[in-house]
Design a protein around this ligand. Structure first.
Ligand SMILES: *Cc1c(COP(=O)(O)O)cnc(C)c1O
Length: 224
């Protein structure tokens, strides 16, 4: 378990030159492992399931910054709205609307990233470029005063083909830069969440500001 702290510090060292941040993805892993990272000074952890995120939030130190990175159903937003630090996986305007509604109830502004569908796989969630432009050029976004869109998130195709992954991340970076030119009240494009254990180096070369690492920190997941 000491490995957790070591792995985190290795990543942080590597990230310094990129001015990028590490989100340690602790899904399926026990609190004791998360605490090893916490005790070494790390505060940003991420989960992909609402129930697990809530349970861990309740039982771990309250200054942990919790990131929601998995697909989020609208009817579950209320459970994480009081405390979530950043939602990476906003994949529809309807979800954004619900996050705004719940954030309002708790009198807070929730930071979010829009997930963009960049992979070839059908199964990955997310907006496409056209849908994001519609959102940015439409009227509704300005009404969502309790959310702030601070960037984009993307997951590349799961493949060994570096060129494919590279072109998907480059596409997302380009879209990110284009979206920076919109001047909108609830938008400040500054974070680009891309890169996981197997592709984070390619992501960093393409402008990632947040990498989401699970396996390389906590070990393989056992879904038994
Ligand atoms: C699980 C997960 C990660 C971490 O993946 P690893 O390959 O274990 O580093 C990153 N992002 C999302 C959205 C995930 O669900």
């Amino acid at each position: 378990m000491e490995e957790v702290a070591h792995a985190i510090s290795r990543y942080k060292e590597e990230l310094e030159t990129y001015h990028a941040r590490l989100i340690a993805i602790s899904k399926t892993k026990p609190n004791e492992m998360i605490l090893k990272g916490y005790e070494s000074g790390h505060r940003d952890f991420g989960e992909n399931k609402v129930q697990e995120l809530v349970t861990k939030h309740e039982s771990l130190p309250k200054d942990i910054q919790w990131h929601m990175v998995g697909h989020l159903q609208r009817n579950k937003v209320k459970y994480i709205a009081p405390f979530v630090h950043l939602i990476h996986s906003v994949d529809s305007t309807r979800l954004l609307k619900e996050i705004n509604k719940q954030a309002q109830k708790f009198d807070r502004v929730i930071n979010v990233l829009l997930q963009v569908h960049i992979a070839k796989e059908e199964t990955k969630f997310g907006f496409d470029e056209k849908e994001i432009r519609e959102l940015f050029e439409g009227e509704v976004l300005a009404e969502f005063n309790n959310v702030k869109v601070i960037g984009l998130m993307g997951m590349a195709t799961f493949t060994d083909n570096v060129k494919t992954v590279e072109s998907e991340f480059a596409f997302l970076k380009e879209l990110f830069e284009k979206l920076k030119t919109y001047e909108l009240p609830n938008v400040e494009m500054k974070e680009l969440s891309m890169g996981m254990t197997n592709d984070y180096r390619i992501a960093l070369k393409n402008g990632s500001t947040m990498i989401r690492i699970g396996t390389a920190i906590f070990g393989e997941r056992n879904y038994g």
